[in-house]
Design a protein around this ligand. Structure first.
Ligand code: HEM
Length: 407
């Protein structure tokens, strides 16, 4: 079978409500291991249907990561990022490893643990702003969206002089915001601006080094990174960790405020916070992952368990299928959230050479975003039921357009 044969439209639906799988799981889970689908943007490709194939494709060098580079993508990207040296989600093989390794040391479990007070400080700042603003407020815009970009700016070493500019540009890279939509070019311009800001900061750090990622990257030798590569890598760190974390945080808040039994478990067992965050991250991608999984491009013909994949075909290791696979989640109703389960080794952060570089940071941010929010506003509630909120359907990160809460 080639991808052109037996192509079906991606079966999207909302039968289970907005906080449930967007992909029709009955159509996804069956005997076939690879299913040929047409995505909402017209691109065709194969979906995987289990955890083993998800891992196999993501660790097979015959499938290349090619993100954002103007090539046909299965998911509609909010930002058409131009070809950028140093942008590791689109690099492969030894070149990818060379650049990734230079940043990896700043995102280990140990390094992130040391960042926790800084993260908590940023979260407290936005909680104070919410309190000053008063109830009701749009928690997505005022809280979930602000924290990840400010945290990454501090990790990168963006100085005060450039902080506001960086935060504004970061905000505009996200498709779907009202002001971004008024100017369809706004996200691409914002990515270009971020790139420029990082280049300006590299100049500053060469004069006055600090204890930060941009300083370390600019001091790398063996071999050194060019300024353009550093700017590409830092833009990547922001883009990869900004909307993903903001959207996951917002979906987690909405889930807990909607499913009050889960909320009570969350509040009653603070010692299990890390496990709760992982189950919420697993569940958030069960909601989101429909056409926004982890695309790979076959660079040679591959016979995958009898399916003929041709060079140039897209294959999408599908997170939702992996995260509900019995080998990953051996419980009844794996497509639903349940904080009472033992920890689950979900695959939301990917697998193989490109596994999320910022996953420990994402977990640390989400722990603080959720636990500190509910501690500060114990009477928090949604203003509008999730199924009546406006939702952004077409973007990379499927989410509500706004998350109005009261307290
Ligand atoms: C809940 C939040 C997040 C989710 C769900 C997420 C998910 C992912 C996934 C699935 C990949 C693999 C992509 C692929 O294989 O093509 C990835 C890669 C990446 N993520 Fe995350 N991520 C999150 C937060 C972050 C944060 C906070 C950072 C900040 C440093 C970050 C930085 C990266 C980078 C740099 C890559 C590219 C790695 C590479 O290509 O080698 N992510 N992320």
């Amino acid at each position: 079978m080639s991808v052109q044969d037996q192509i079906r439209d991606l079966p999207l639906r909302h039968d289970g409500g907005r906080l449930g799988p967007r992909l029709d799981l009955d159509a996804l889970i069956g005997d076939e291991r690879l299913l040929a689908y047409r995505f909402p943007n017209g691109v065709t490709g194969f979906l995987t249907t289990n955890a083993a194939d998800f891992k196999a494709i993501l660790s097979d060098p015959r499938f290349h990561a090619k993100r954002f580079l103007g090539e046909p993508q299965m998911a509609i990207m909010p930002v058409d990022v131009p070809d950028m040296p140093g942008f590791i989600p689109s690099m492969n093989g030894p070149e990818h490893l060379r650049v990734r390794r230079l940043a990896a040391g700043d995102f280990t479990v140990k390094r992130v643990e040391a960042l926790q007070p800084m993260i908590d400080g940023v979260v407290t700042k936005y909680l104070d702003q919410l309190a000053a603003h008063g109830s009701p407020a749009d928690l997505y815009e005022m809280y979930c969206l602000q924290i990840p970009s400010e945290v990454i700016a501090l990790i990168l070493g963006v100085p005060h002089t450039h902080a506001e500019d960086f935060q504004n540009a970061a905000r505009l890279t996200i498709g779907g915001l009202p002001d971004a939509m008024a100017d369809p070019e706004a996200p691409a311009k914002a990515v270009a601006r971020l790139h420029e800001i990082v280049k300006e900061v590299i100049g500053i750090k060469r004069e006055t080094p600090g204890d930060d990622v941009i300083t370390r990257l600019s001091q790398a030798d063996n071999p050194p990174l060019s300024d353009t590569e550093i700017a590409g890598l830092c833009t990547n760190l922001l883009l990869a960790g900004h909307e993903t974390t903001a959207t996951t945080g917002a979906l987690a808040v909405a889930t807990l405020l909607t499913q009050r039994d889960q909320y009570r478990t969350f509040m009653d067992h603070p010692e299990r916070l890390p496990d709760f965050v992982d189950e919420l991250v697993r569940f958030a991608f069960i909601i989101q992952d429909a056409g926004a999984g982890i695309p790979r491009l076959a660079v040679e013909d591959v016979n995958f368990h009898g399916v003929h994949i041709r060079a140039g075909d897209w294959v999408m290791p599908t997170t939702i299928a992996a995260n509900i696979d019995p080998s990953v989640c051996p419980y009844a109703a794996p497509e639903q959230i349940d904080l009472n389960r033992d920890p689950i080794q979900h695959l939301t952060f990917g697998f193989g050479a490109h596994t999320c570089l910022g996953q420990h940071l994402a977990r640390a941010e989400l722990r603080s975003i959720l636990s500190m929010l509910f501690a500060r506003f114990p009477t928090l509630e949604l203003v509008t039921p999730v199924d009546e909120m406006p939702w952004l359907e077409s973007g990379f990160g499927y989410r509500m357009a706004e998350l109005n809460v009261a307290w």
